[in-house]
Design a protein around this ligand. Structure first.
Ligand code: LLP
Length: 456
């Protein structure tokens, strides 16, 4: 089978989350892979490998599909927020803001990245199940909307606001009690989740937060999980949220925001079959609309928090193939110059990926190989039993759909420096994150004096 064909076919389906590769993926005259008008092998040569590559057009298209679909299907106000945990950088903050999206952040680091990237503070929502008082203070000072996840948030924030002269803008997160099909680790909507208030305590919390001087409860939030292909759970979520909105308003809270979280899946391998962004938004919007109309509720501003479906398929990682180990009759390992430190998803969630040789994407597969990383861990394998044309050390391999939860979850395991990241568009490439140097890894090490004496 021509495994390159799915890219061509899927591209016609428009929604970027249904393409394994960026929208601009193309073959040039020499039948070599190009993205954003740039030859991938030239990028590997210019910037080195491993290299994270992001395609600007794909990201912008995803942002627009969320914005336009919300406008089309939801008659009230709406705002999609990019969940920056998927991939946080100054560039991405600036890019999504330029498309009119807001941003969801979960730490001081993500918050300052959003602010410095130029996201207006009233378009930032601050999450977290264990925010520090410094983080809360930063969010409060910057007029960022704060998601109350638990009583600890309430206790800390109360003290912080005492020092200021304005009320904090609050969104209440609760666990909706909805099950969906995804990996156990990335489900969040079920009752025993660590995130958000339990639905049974909501009435008490609404009463507790009534007429407080330190804040104003303006919205509700719930998120059911990530990499979800079904839309049904979001219909159930809308019902639960509208019911809770009604309860909160009856108690007297000016609830004007309904934030339904993120979770739309993307295609990593051809068998993945997520709905399009537009289909997801249509279901969510109509469900919220119906649930509100049924209860004669004034429509709240509908927010959602897509992460993976904004950047996932816009990204790919370039690696150089190095060593080969053949175990006759068992398997053949091809090792690449990265692995679990730049993409921890296969070892963490047993995730599958699709890869191509950048200079011979159409070459017939001739062997089944295991693409292993270079880390000292047997489980450091990016692709199991993967069909590839015969290749040798020095060949460049592109692993697709790595734009989300790769860079943001990367580590320095084995003291391996993190890759550089670039953005490509219209034949240009620009560096957005410097490659770490081995020396950078020593930056925070301290050798106490008495050890220095021993060494010298
Ligand atoms: N909002 C909240 C509150 C979330 O917890 C998440 C993801 C999102 C939005 C964005 O969800 P998305 O649209 O990206 O599915 N590291 C895992 C994914 C963890 C997702 C955590 N929360 C992975 O690599 O699959």
């Amino acid at each position: 089978m021509d495994i390159f064909r799915p890219f061509e076919e899927n591209r016609n389906q428009a929604s970027p989350n249904r393409n394994i590769s960026p929208l601009t993926t193309a073959l040039d005259k020499e039948q070599k892979l190009n993205v954003g008008g740039c030859k991938l092998s030239s990028l590997a040569q210019e910037y080195g490998t491993p290299l994270y590559v992001l395609d600007e057009l794909t990201i912008r298209t995803s942002c627009r599909e969320y914005i336009d679909s919300l406008r089309k299907y939801y008659p009230g106000k709406s705002l999609p927020l990019y969940a920056s945990k998927a991939n946080s950088s100054l560039l991405l903050s600036s890019l999504v803001a330029s498309e009119g999206m807001g941003i969801d952040v979960v730490s001081e680091g993500e918050l300052i990245t959003a602010l410095k990237g130029g996201v207006p503070s009233d378009l930032i929502v601050f999450h977290g199940n264990n925010k520090s008082s410094d983080e809360l203070l930063l969010a409060y000072d910057n007029d960022v909307k704060i998601v109350l996840d638990n009583q600890f948030d309430i206790e800390q924030l109360k003290e912080i606001v005492k020092l200021g002269n304005k009320k904090a803008k609050l969104i209440l997160r609760f666990t909706p009690g909805i099950e969906c099909h995804t990996h156990e680790y990335i489900k969040t909507g079920h009752i025993d989740s660590k995130f958000g208030f339990d639905p049974d305590e909501l009435s008490d919390v609404f009463v507790q937060l009534k007429d407080i001087e330190w804040g104003e409860l303006i919205g509700l939030h719930a998120h059911i999980g990530s990499q979800i292909f079904e839309v049904e759970p979001h219909k159930d979520l809308a019902e639960v949220m509208a019911k809770t909105l009604q309860k909160g308003r009856e108690i007297g809270h000016p609830l004007d925001i309904l934030n339904v979280g993120g979770g739309l899946g993307i295609r990593y391998v051809t068998s993945d079959d997520p709905p399009t962004i537009a289909q997801w938004v249509e279901v969510v919007s109509k469900a919220v609309l119906n649930a509100c109309n049924k209860r004669s509720l004034e429509l709240p501003c509908l927010m959602c928090e897509p992460g993976r479906s904004i950047v996932g398929t816009a990204g790919l990682t370039l690696y150089k193939i190095g060593s080969r180990k053949e175990i006759p009759g068992v398997k053949t390992y091809l090792a690449i110059d990265g692995g679990m430190s730049d993409n921890p998803r296969p070892i963490t969630y047993q995730s599958s990926y699709t890869a191509f040789l950048v200079d011979r994407p159409l070459a017939k597969a001739s062997e089944i190989v295991t693409i292993a990383g270079k880390h000292c861990e047997s489980g450091d394998v990016l692709l199991h039993d993967f069909s590839l044309p015969n290749c040798s050390s020095g060949d460049v391999l592109a692993v697709f759909s790595t734009g989300a939860y790769n860079s943001s979850m990367s580590s320095n395991y084995n003291r391996i420096p993190k890759p550089a990241a670039i953005i490509v568009s219209n034949g240009n490439s620009e560096l957005i994150q410097l490659r770490e140097l081995p020396e950078d890894l020593l930056r925070n090490d301290i050798l106490p004096d008495r050890f220095i004496k021993k060494v010298s």
